[in-house]
Design a protein around this ligand. Structure first.
Ligand code: AKG
Ligand code: FE2
Length: 447
């Protein structure tokens, strides 16, 4: 099976188009979101000059001396600089990374501030306050210009989503009036002169799902981004010329009862001649209002109240991206659940009833460290009622692993409360760590 990230030209929504043209776009988006969770978006209308301005701002900042960059580190806030190895995104899945190393990317974040919504009495701590390095020419203007364009694209996409999903036309407007939107610029580079062994296991950014509504990703056409396919394999993805990559976050998966996919992805740079090619990206996260309540839209609840993807929860052979499968072949899938599955006969409360998920659990300072300390990853998988499979235990390299205090400085993401623990991708992910090192049954007791 070949893996492709479908290309969708959204011009009819950007520059005007007939109803028929828009329908074609909405159908293509529906297909991409149901089968891959990622798409290549063409016709987005962001001027090249604005993208060049973004690239110049990225180069300007990351080219500063390390000590200068650290002046813009705002621990505890989703703003400013995030130094290399200060974060480990696989912790968003409640586990340490397979190689026990933090991610080597460095990042800089800017975003919407609470104070820009006058009269709403929002808490600055839920949003963050931007810092603007004065050492970089035109930094604020360039980023503000790109931010506005990326936000426009994100909102255009949610308009397409309402058409594609048959939702009320103001569905997303109602939960994004003061959306916590953040632009995170990532720089994947090792210090000059670093020689990397050909078989070194280094992680640019650990595997994770995004947790908001939709992410608009500008990236260099350089290898490194990998997306997990339903075949359980990681696939290299680079943007097509002129395209932005777009992926869905966990909130959209929740709204659609996993009809649309929030897909695992990571950045693993290829090592060529002992070196890693520098790569830049800028992810615009459209995450929704801090006080929005995210529920499964009624049309995505099963008529009989059953959880449509229950097979995949426990199917020992189901791929991490289990959701589309379970949905598409709902009836037969259910009867084909494997024997001995601890989930058998149970129902999934949230999806069944559409129980609301307060997006406040996504908000706050959005610090991995902070959130993790408050809500440690459950040691039991609450939906299965069994112990979670444990990641491989080996002592971390000195000063490198996420053992010890959770890393402060992870400015995005949630560790959801137990009721939101998502056994599909999470458990599949953990098992993918276990696999290959020991018989799965011994290592992975949840299966
Ligand atoms: O750098 C990339 O291509 C991916 C970035 C990403 O996934 C993120 O920032 O969440
Ligand atoms: Fe991501």
């Amino acid at each position: 099976m070949t893996f492709t990230v479908p290309a969708v030209d959204i011009t009819p929504y950007v520059a005007g188009g007939s109803d028929d043209q828009r329908r074609v776009v909405a159908d293509a988006v529906d297909a991409a979101c149901s089968t891959v969770g990622f798409m290549q978006v063409l016709g987005h209308g962001i001027p090249e000059a604005t993208q060049d301005g973004l690239a110049a701002a990225i180069d300007g900042f990351f080219g500063l001396a390390p000590a200068t960059k650290r002046d813009y580190w705002v621990p505890g806030a989703n703003r400013g600089y995030s130094p290399p190895k200060s974060e480990s995104l696989s912790l968003s899945l409640g586990v340490a990374s397979a190689n026990r190393m933090n991610d080597f990317f460095e990042a800089f974040n800017v975003g919407v501030e609470a104070r820009s919504f006058t009269g709403l009495d929002l808490d600055e701590a839920d949003y963050g306050i931007n810092v603007w390095p004065h050492e970089v020419d035109d930094f604020k203007r360039r980023l503000t210009a790109y931010f506005a364009e990326a936000g426009r694209v994100a909102r255009t996409l949610t308009t397409i989503f309402t058409d594609a999903l048959g939702l009320p036309h103001d569905y997303f407007e109602r939960i994004t009036g003061h959306s916590i939107d953040v632009l995170r610029m990532n720089n994947y580079a090792l210090p000059a002169g670093t020689v990397v062994a050909p078989d070194a296991d280094i992680t640019g950014m650990g595997e994770h799902t995004d947790f908001g509504i939709v992410t608009v990703l500008w990236a260099d056409r350089v290898a490194g981004l990998q997306v997990l396919g339903t075949d359980r394999r990681w696939h290299d993805v680079q943007p097509l010329g002129g395209a932005l990559l777009v992926n869905l976050g966990d909130l959209t998966a929740r709204i659609t009862n996993d009809r649309w996919m929030s897909t695992l992805h990571r950045v693993k740079p290829p090592i060529v001649d002992g070196a890693v090619a520098r790569r830049r990206s800028a992810a615009y996260f459209h995450d929704g209002d801090v006080d929005a309540v995210i529920t499964t839209a009624p049309q995505f609840l099963d008529a009989d109240g059953a959880w449509p993807t229950s097979r995949s929860w426990c199917a020992t052979t189901s791929p991490p991206n289990w959701r589309a499968r379970g949905r598409v072949r709902r009836t037969s899938a259910r009867s084909a659940r494997p024997r001995g599955c601890g989930r058998r006969g149970r129902t999934e409360p949230a999806a069944r009833t559409g129980a609301p998920l307060p997006s406040r659990v996504l908000g706050g300072s959005r610090q991995w460290g902070t959130v993790r300390r408050r809500a440690p990853a459950p040691s039991r998988c609450p939906r299965r009622g069994r112990r979670r499979c444990a990641p491989r235990r080996s002592p971390p390299a000195p000063g490198s692993g996420p053992a010890g205090p959770a890393p402060a400085g992870r400015p995005r993401g949630i560790v959801a409360p137990a009721r939101d623990h998502r056994p599909g991708p999470t458990c599949a992910y953990i098992c993918s760590i276990c696999s290959g090192t020991a018989p799965r049954r011994r290592r992975c007791r949840a299966r």
